[in-house]
Design a protein around this ligand. Structure first.
Ligand code: ACO
Length: 336
């Protein structure tokens, strides 16, 4: 681990900047047709046409039995470290955004730290469901700019397949597993320009996994519950607000955005946000078709896809937007 070095001027670096991205999808890819066939065996009726038309999802990846969140996070972390030209020994902060941790405790970040073969640096999880990655990135940005860290690993990793109720067609067709990671470093070159985090606990019940562990047993229902239409309505409104607020904070306008990378839950929500911001389809990064909703992993997964296929280049301005259970939401505007 790099020793903690307070910045020379004690003011902290001007920016936290992404120096590498990585991602990982478990090998098992399940098309809508394959999932529909499996659900039919349980007398659950759905169709490829319904899933595509209502959500834009065509396939998702599911982790094999025994594969846990930190396993996916480890692969994504290695890819991001490689891309940044760093090793795990350079890290002085690890944050994992997840709602499907390996265990109740220790945190998935601590388990990941061990799998990365390092120890000593702070490591913790952030739990803000599908807004988790923008929450984690904002925390890491603040820690870097105040001089508490210089080289952070920030990950969104999920195994949502583990908390799905395969008797509930309104939710089980929507989600997938995966992980995305970035290395965020202190820099004088522009990186994160502004961010905004929000939450409204009054809506906790519209999207939740209400089970817990008590008295040595699972207490309550440990599978995901969602009032889809209520979430849809809220998401469309808060994402526009968050985008406008973060642009105003950075002194930028809609036309300064090169790419919008929203949480990948539903193509209709994503297109509606892009339209409100007057962004054409070429500026919207879409992976929901191939990944499904991977919750906290969806934004860094989409980011990595667009970096690796060459769409996102150094200097491009990116708007990342997350929204999820809690209700939580947020946006980060950055220069890549
Ligand atoms: N197959 C076939 N029919 C279905 C299915 C299915 N898989 N699921 C629901 N239906 C039926 C319903 O029963 C209903 O039938 P009815 O009209 O006879 O009652 C009909 O389809 C319409 O159902 P709605 O729920 O109104 O469908 P809607 O168009 O709202 O789409 C969806 C549902 C896709 C869930 C949408 O509401 C949505 O995307 N919501 C937002 C999800 C989201 O953004 N989540 C983000 C955060 S996720 C997180 O934080 C973990």
């Amino acid at each position: 681990m790099t020793a903690f070095l307070p910045p020379a001027d004690r003011q902290g670096p001007r920016y936290a900047r992404i120096t590498g991205t990585g991602s990982h999808l478990p090998p098992q890819r399940l098309t809508n047709a394959a999932l529909v066939a499996q659900l039919a065996e349980r007398d659950i009726e759905t169709s490829d046409a319904w899933i595509v038309e209502r959500t834009g999802i065509r396939a998702r990846h599911f982790a094999a039995p025994g594969v846990v969140c930190s396993d996916l996070a480890l692969e994504a972390a290695r890819a991001a470290l490689d891309a940044a030209g760093r090793t795990s020994a350079d890290l002085d902060l690890i944050i994992v955004a997840t709602s499907t941790p390996d265990m109740i405790f220790p945190s998935t970040a601590c388990i990941l730290q061990r799998k990365l073969g390092v120890h000593g640096c702070p490591a913790f999880d952030v739990q803000a469901v599908c807004a988790g990655f923008v929450y984690a990135l904002t925390v890491a940005d603040a820690m870097i700019r105040t001089g508490s860290a210089r080289c952070a690993l920030v990950i969104g990793a999920e195994v949502f397949s583990r908390i799905l109720d395969f008797e509930d067609r309104t939710t089980c067709v929507l989600f997938g597993d995966g992980a995305g990671a970035v290395i965020l470093e202190a820099s004088d070159i522009p990186g994160i320009l502004a961010s905004e985090l929000r939450a409204d606990g009054r809506h906790a019940d519209i999207l939740c996994t209400p089970g817990t562990v008590a008295g040595g047993k699972v207490s309550g229902d440990p599978t995901l519950k969602m009032d889809g239409p209520a979430v849809f309505k809220l998401a469309v409104n808060v994402l526009e607000d968050a985008a406008r607020n973060v642009l105003a904070k950075a002194g930028k306008s809609e036309s300064d955005i090169d790419f919008l990378i929203p949480h990948q839950a539903n193509i209709r929500i994503m297109q509606s946000t892009a339209k409100k911001l007057k962004l054409g389809a070429d500026k919207l990064v879409v992976t929901v078709d191939e990944h499904g909703n991977t919750s906290a992993a969806s934004i860094p997964l989409a980011l990595d896809v667009a970096v690796r296929d060459g769409r996102i280049q150094r200097g491009h301005r990116l708007l990342l937007e997350g929204v999820g259970g809690g209700f939580t939401w947020g946006a980060v505007l950055l220069e890549y």
